[in-house]
Design a protein around this ligand. Structure first.
Ligand code: C2O
Ligand code: CU
Length: 470
C-alpha cells in the first residue's frame, strides 16, 4: 500500500530528475562552471535591468595565496547577462575600482553613446562614479563586456563577462548548452598579479599571455555529460592577448555560429580557433567508454614569429562521461540561417595597414605607421557600404575588431566567405590581408577599431571611425 505522501514525493523526485531520462547520479553539465547570473530588477519581461559594480575582490588562483582581481560584482568572470532579442538592457554601473574605467559591449549594435569608448562616447567613469548603460539588443548571439580604459591591464586583471542574447526562434534540439568564458591570468606564487607592463617591449610585441588558462574562472574544470549527448558550447575568448585553438583527440567540433549569431550553415572541423574577442557556437558529441574523462586541450595557434615553437598543449577543460551507456545522438536539426551577401562591387574601398615601429627604443603599434593618439579619425556616412582591406605588415597576426557594426569577410575571389556569417573581429594573418564589407546603419558617432590583442591596441594599434549622417 503506497501512501499519498510517498506517491507525491516519488512524483516530485521524478520531475526533479527531468522526467526520468536524466540519471540522478550524474552532476549537471555545468555543475563546476556555472556562471552567476545578474539579477533582473525589472518586472517588465522585455526589460533586463541590472546593477553592475566593478571592484577589487580577493580570489584564490594559486593554492594558499589570495589574488586581488579586478572584477564585475566580485566574480571571475563577471555575471552572465541574459536577454532576448529586442529586449531593453539597462545596466546601472558603479565604479569601485582604484582607477577610471568604462564598460564596452563588444559586438552589440548599441547607439554610439552607449558603446563605452572613453572620450568618444562618454567620459571615463571615475573612481566612485556611476553610469547607466541603456540600449536594446537587436541581435541574437553571445556577446561580452569589458573595460575600454587601459584595457590590456584592466582585462588582464579580470574584468570581463558574457552577455547572451537569445532569439525567439532558437532552433530546438541543438544540444545542452553551456557558456564558457575563456581567459588567462599570470599570478606569482605570493598571489600577486604580474604587472601589466611585464616584459617591456617584447611583452608588448608578443602580447602578454597569462600562464594560467581559465574557463569560467577555473583551471581545467570538468563538464559532466553522457557519451553521445550533444553539447552546445557557447565560447568567448576574453583573454587580453591569447589565441585559443581547441582540440579533442578523436573528436570534431561543428561550428554553427560565431560573433554575430548563427552562421548560414554548420562547418565541421578538427579544431576550433578563437582569436581574442571572437566567439564560437560549437557542437560537440563526446564519445568514449562510460566513466571515461576526455580532455579538451589548448593547442598553440601559429600567429607569427615564435608563437608555436616549443609550446606544449595544455588541458583547458575536461568532459567526464557518466557511467551510463552511450545515448543515441539525436539527428542534428537543420540549421540554415538566411544571410544576404553584401555586394563588394558597390562598396567604397578603404585600405588600412597594421604596422609596428620603434620610436626612441619603445615599440609603437599603429595603423598606417601612426599610433592611435596621433591618428586623425576616418570619416564615413551612415547608409554607406565600405570595403576595408586590412593589410598586416608585421610578424604577428592581429585580430581586427570594429565596434558597433558587423561585417562580412571576403574570400580570395572577392565574394563573402561561405558559409556566410556576421563578424565583428577577424584575425589578419602575418604578412597577409583581410578584406571585409561593412554597411553602416543609422547610428552616427565615433566608433573605435583596433587590434584585440589589447597590448597592441594600447601600444597604438587603434583608431576611430567618425560616422555622420549625409
Ligand atoms: Cu572588445 Cu574595443 O573591444
Ligand atoms: Cu595586434
Amino acid at each position: 500500500m503506497i501512501s499519498g505522501r510517498a506517491l507525491l514525493s516519488a512524483l516530485l523526485l521524478a520531475s526533479a530528475c527531468g522526467g526520468g531520462d536524466a540519471a540522478p547520479s550524474r552532476p549537471a553539465l555545468d555543475a563546476e562552471v556555472r556562471l552567476t547570473e545578474a539579477r533582473d530588477l525589472s518586472p517588465d519581461p522585455r526589460v533586463v535591468e541590472v546593477e553592475l559594480e566593478a571592484k577589487v575582490s580577493l580570489h584564490t588562483i594559486v593554492p594558499g595565496a589570495q589574488t586581488p582581481l579586478w572584477t564585475y560584482d566580485g566574480g571571475l568572470p563577471g555575471p552572465l547577462l541574459r536577454a532576448r532579442v529586442g529586449d531593453r538592457v539597462i545596466v546601472h554601473f558603479r565604479n569601485s575600482l582604484p582607477a577610471a574605467t568604462t564598460v564596452h559591449w563588444h559586438g552589440v549594435r548599441v547607439p554610439a553613446a552607449m558603446d563605452g569608448a572613453p572620450f568618444h562616447s562618454q567620459p571615463p567613469v571615475e573612481q566612485g562614479g556611476e553610469f547607466t548603460y541603456d540600449f536594446v539588443v537587436p541581435d541574437a548571439g553571445l556577446f561580452w563586456y569589458h573595460p575600454h580604459v587601459d584595457s590590456a591591464a584592466q582585462v588582464g586583471f579580470g574584468l570581463y563577462g558574457p552577455l547572451l542574447v537569445e532569439a525567439a526562434d532558437e532552433p530546438p534540439g541543438l544540444g545542452d548548452e553551456v557558456v564558457l568564458v575563456l581567459s588567462d591570468l599570470s599570478v606569482r606564487d605570493d598571489g600577486s598579479i604580474v604587472p601589466p607592463q611585464a616584459g617591456g617591449n617584447l611583452g608588448t610585441i608578443f602580447g602578454r599571455e597569462g600562464d594560467t588558462l581559465l574557463v569560467n574562472g577555473r583551471r581545467a574544470p570538468t563538464l559532466h555529460a553522457r557519451a553521445g549527448q550533444r553539447l552546445r558550447l557557447r565560447l568567448v575568448n576574453a583573454a587580453r592577448s591569447r589565441y585559443f585553438q581547441l582540440a579533442l583527440a578523436g573528436h570534431t567540433f561543428t561550428r554553427i555560429g560565431g560573433d554575430g549569431g548563427l552562421t548560414a550553415a554548420p562547418v565541421e572541423g578538427d579544431t576550433l580557433v578563437l582569436a581574442p574577442g571572437e566567439r564560437a557556437d560549437a557542437l560537440l558529441v563526446p564519445r568514449g567508454a562510460p566513466g571515461e574523462t576526455l580532455t579538451v586541450r589548448w593547442t598553440p595557434f601559429d600567429r607569427g614569429y615564435g608563437t608555436t615553437f616549443n609550446r606544449p598543449d595544455e588541458p583547458l577543460f575536461r568532459v567526464a562521461l557518466s557511467d551510463e551507456p552511450a545515448v543515441a545522438t539525436p539527428p542534428l536539426p537543420a540549421i540554415a540561417r538566411a544571410i544576404a551577401p553584401l555586394d563588394a562591387a558597390s562598396a567604397r574601398p578603404r585600405a588600412l595597414t597594421l604596422t609596428q615601429t620603434e620610436v626612441n627604443g619603445v615599440t609603437q603599434m599603429g595603423i598606417d605607421g601612426v599610433p592611435s593618439w596621433l591618428a586623425p579619425p576616418l570619416l564615413a556616412r551612415t547608409g554607406e557600404l565600405e570595403l576595408f582591406t586590412v593589410t598586416n605588415a608585421t610578424e604577428f597576426a592581429h585580430p581586427f575588431h570594429l565596434h558597433g557594426f558587423f561585417f562580412q569577410v571576403l574570400d580570395d575571389a572577392g565574394a563573402p566567405r561561405v558559409p556566410l556569417e556576421w563578424k565583428d573581429t577577424v584575425s589578419v594573418p602575418v604578412h597577409g590581408a583581410v578584406r571585409l564589407l561593412v554597411r553602416y546603419d543609422d547610428r552616427p558617432g565615433d566608433w573605435m577599431f583596433h587590434c584585440h590583442i589589447l597590448d597592441h591596441a594600447e601600444a597604438g594599434m587603434m583608431g576611430v571611425l567618425s560616422l555622420s549622417r549625409p
